[in-house]
Design a protein around this ligand. Structure first.
Ligand code: PHB
Ligand code: FE
Length: 322
């Protein structure tokens, strides 16, 4: 590792190198035929994507930073690729894919995120709620890039579980949700069931989210994970799912671009308004655009076997066949 003339460290992972300047992240690799290739991303977009990949432990399936580079979670190891899931680059033979132990790529990604994130830039914040990603290296924002993920084990607000959000916990109501009611439901469990019967105000909880495009777990029943999140501007990754995933648009609207997971070929535009539900098949990639901060419930099947069942044809890639 060395520091370049812009103050940033260069990073290497196998045959890939990563370099940042005042405006851009530059990724370079050599092809199977030994040809040198490179790719450029806006530094802010790159850091927003890197933040999600790091915070989500490489997520479910594929995390495309854009149409060229990204990672695929193999659940003990991670593939890092350039051009592999871009039909034009793949056909031209200029792609590269390398597999790394999760610990190795995680460490490099964490170091890169910390070194390349300047003071005042929060990759999890909406663009209107953060400073600039650009310029020579100045300061850091380690506190904001190492936020703990908010994961309930049973349900938000239960005993010994993820607490409700409040002003006192540093979670004020967002400017876009000033009209959201903050009252909590009344609970009247029978004696002995105080730790079994539960309810909380999910809209109030979400109105106090300090981040965007970062699902938390609010309730967990076996492998059924309720992962609501507040969205503003663009989902910083193009998610290539490895299982069916459901979306429930709880407020406002999000426009989704859906494409083929392997080639990137466009498949559908899905315009979701408040009250709409959709399911993303396991063969697609998707990226959402939220013109105004909105509330989205993502419903995940977290079964560790599901991806292998789908690969073997034992589980379907779609939620329903017509
Ligand atoms: C998704 O890839 O399905 C996804 C990820 C993060 C969000 C919303 C949706 O905040
Ligand atoms: Fe997804």
């Amino acid at each position: 590792m060395s520091t370049n003339q812009h103050g940033y460290q260069d990073f290497t992972l196998g045959g890939f190198t990563f370099r940042r300047d005042e405006y851009f992240a530059h990724i370079a690799w050599t092809t199977g035929a030994g040809k040198p290739m490179s790719h450029t991303m806006d530094a802010g977009s790159f850091l927003r994507a890197l933040m999600r990949d790091v915070a989500w432990g490489f997520f479910y399936g594929g995390v495309n930073f854009d149409q060229v580079i990204g990672t695929t979670n193999r659940y003990q190891t991670v593939d890092l690729y350039a051009g592999t899931y871009n039909a034009t680059m793949k056909e031209a033979g200029i792609d590269r894919l390398e597999n790394f132990p999760t610990e190795q790529i995680k460490l490099v990604f964490e170091q890169m995120l910390d070194d390349w994130t300047n003071e005042g830039f929060d990759p999890f914040a909406a663009p209107q709620e953060t400073g600039s990603a650009y310029g020579r290296r100045h300061g850091n924002n380690t506190a904001k890039i190492t936020r703990a993920r908010e994961l309930a084990t049973r349900c938000v607000g239960m005993k010994d579980d993820l607490p409700l959000r409040s002003d006192a916990r540093g979670a004020p109501v967002n400017r876009a949700f000033a009209d959201v009611a903050q009252e909590q439901p009344e609970l009247h469990p029978e004696p002995g069931f105080e730790n079994e019967v539960h309810a909380f105000n999910l809209f109030g909880f979400l109105s106090r989210s300090q981040v965007t495009w970062n699902p938390s777990f609010t309730s967990v029943v076996k492998y059924s994970f309720m992962c609501p999140t507040t969205e503003e501007h663009i989902l910083p990754i193009i998610h290539a799912n490895d299982r069916v995933e459901w979306f429930f648009q709880m407020t406002d609207e999000i426009h989704w671009d859906c494409g083929d997971k392997t080639t990137g070929k466009p498949l559908a535009r899905v315009i979701m308004k408040a009250g709409d539900m959709a399911a993303m098949p396991a063969y697609c990639r998707h990226q959402g655009y939220s013109p105004k901060r909105s509330m989205l419930l993502v419903w995940e099947n977290g079964s560790p076997n599901l991806v292998y069942e789908i690969e073997k044809g034992e589980s379907p890639e779609v939620p329903v066949k017509f």
